[in-house]
Design a protein around this ligand. Structure first.
Ligand SMILES: C[S@@+](CC[C@H](N)C(=O)[O-])C[C@H]1O[C@@H](n2cnc3c(N)ncnc32)[C@H](O)[C@@H]1O
Ligand code: SF4
Length: 399
């Protein structure tokens, strides 16, 4: 019996009905490099090199991924990441340019060491990401330098912030947002009030975003001493401090996020094998991540995943259409991820709840606008590309 194509396709997709409606992704994370010029105690990227860069997806290739993402998600955001992405300045600006040319918003977190002159700060405002975050580990210079492993790192980060703010006001480009990405851990959580005071009142940045300590990024050894020692935070004291800051600085915190922060540190305190870092067998009490519903991460090799972890399968992007294909054929990966309670769920990049009510509203607005997409099995795509190839074969030469 011959089946018409729509009937055959319908039968396949009914077998693959996703449990949630699939919408276009809100964020594409794209990596510039993997090396770094600081030596943070909570991150091992600085032990890596870019010596195998001849295996990287080319910069034009990564720009093509950005263009495909823009088509898939016209209201989406691209996060340009590293390593320290600004160590490869021309690649960094090339990816930011692709975002601007394709009409998507570019975001980036950098350590600030490369923004050293008014001219570069102006280039960042005119050609760089629309949202620039500089990382700070503390409002206290000595603590920042100690945990970032390089003396002078704090002065450089604060100078970068001041240069950016001055450049923005000189150029009158108010659409660029200038933020601080603050890392919170055992040794500094009692200084969160001073952190807000420094960032909002002294430096005059637009926002202090809080990022809570997770196992070390790119953990190189079997032990994670910084995570073990600095994961010790009193959840009740932390939430009391945060509530006080919420009132004092009118931060518009989301109560659901506050609750999750407390739950996160309760879970960390119960993790007796914290010293194993990512290999800890413990997890958060509650599932708080939704990376699989909103993010695609593409690393320097062009491997696409739904989160930063290598624990779930990914797909190497080889030809136009692969990004969409990966997004639409990953229901099995999503089903596994919905059961994942790893500590990285607290990261602002993957967490379901935004820290502020306005952030939450933005997320809901995006969801309302983003078109529902069809979820397919991989076989559907294989048949579709087979049909396209057949059509090309049957086409009369020259037609
Ligand atoms: C991996 S870095 C890459 C960009 C850049 N090199 C920087 O430091 O800003 C991005 C952000 O992740 C944060 N980060 C690094 N290690 C972390 C950890 N173990 N837990 C939570 N955040 C971490 C950094 O503080 C930084 O704000
Ligand atoms: S957190 Fe950033 S600055 Fe620190 S080592 Fe990692 S990549 Fe480098």
């Amino acid at each position: 019996m011959k089946l018409s194509l729509p009937v055959a396709f319908g039968a396949i997709s009914r077998l693959q009905v996703p449990s949630f409606p699939l919408r276009s992704p809100r964020f594409l994370f794209i990596e510039v490099n993997k090396r770094c010029n600081l030596k943070c105690q909570h991150c091992d990227f600085w032990l890596r090199t870019d010596d195998d860069r001849d295996r990287y997806l080319s910069v034009p290739g990564r720009s093509a991924v950005i263009a495909e993402f823009a088509e898939l998600s016209p209201n989406g955001n691209v996060v340009i990441c590293g390593g320290e992405p600004m160590l490869d300045l021309e690649d960094y600006f090339a990816l930011a340019r692709s975002c601007r040319e394709n009409g998507v918003r570019a975001l980036s977190v950098v350590n600030g060491t490369r923004i050293r002159s008014p001219a570069l700060a102006e280039r960042m405002i005119l050609e760089g990401p629309h949202e620039i975050s500089i990382s700070l580990n503390s409002p206290c210079e000595a603590q920042h330098d100690e945990t970032r492993g390089v003396k002078g790192a704090f002065k450089k980060a604060v100078r970068a912030l001041r240069l950016l703010i001055e450049a923005r006001s000189r150029l009158g480009v108010n659409s660029t947002r200038i933020y601080v990405m603050g890392l919170i851990y055992g040794g500094n959580y009692r200084s969160i009030d001073d952190f807000y005071d420094l960032v909002l009142n002294d430096i005059g940045a637009d926002k202090l975003k809080l990022n809570f300590l997770q196992p070390s990024f790119g953990q190189a050894g079997e032990e994670d001493p910084f995570f073990a020692a600095q994961g010790a935070v009193d959840p009740d004291e932390l939430t009391t401090i945060l509530k006080r800051c919420n009132e004092k600085y009118r931060l518009d915190y989301n109560p659901a996020w506050l609750e999750q922060v407390g739950m996160y540190f309760r879970s960390l305190n119960a993790a007796t094998d914290r010293v194993r870092g990512w290999a800890s067998t413990k997890e958060t009490e509650v599932h708080i991540c939704n990376t699989y519903d909103r993010n695609i991460m593409v690393n320097h090799y062009g491997m696409a995943r739904l989160c930063f972890s290598g624990k779930f399968p990914g797909m190497t992007l080889r030809e136009p259409g692969d990004l969409r294909r990966f997004w639409q054929t990953s229901e099995a990966i999503r089903a596994d991820m919905r059961k994942c309670n790893q500590f990285c769920g607290i990261s602002h990049s993957v967490r379901r709840e935004s820290s502020t009510m306005s952030g939450r509203q933005k997320m809901l607005d995006h969801q309302a606008k983003a078109p529902v997409m069809q979820s397919h099995s991989d076989i559907t795509f294989k048949i579709a590309s087979g049909m396209r190839a057949l059509a090309r074969f049957n086409r009369a030469p020259g037609s």
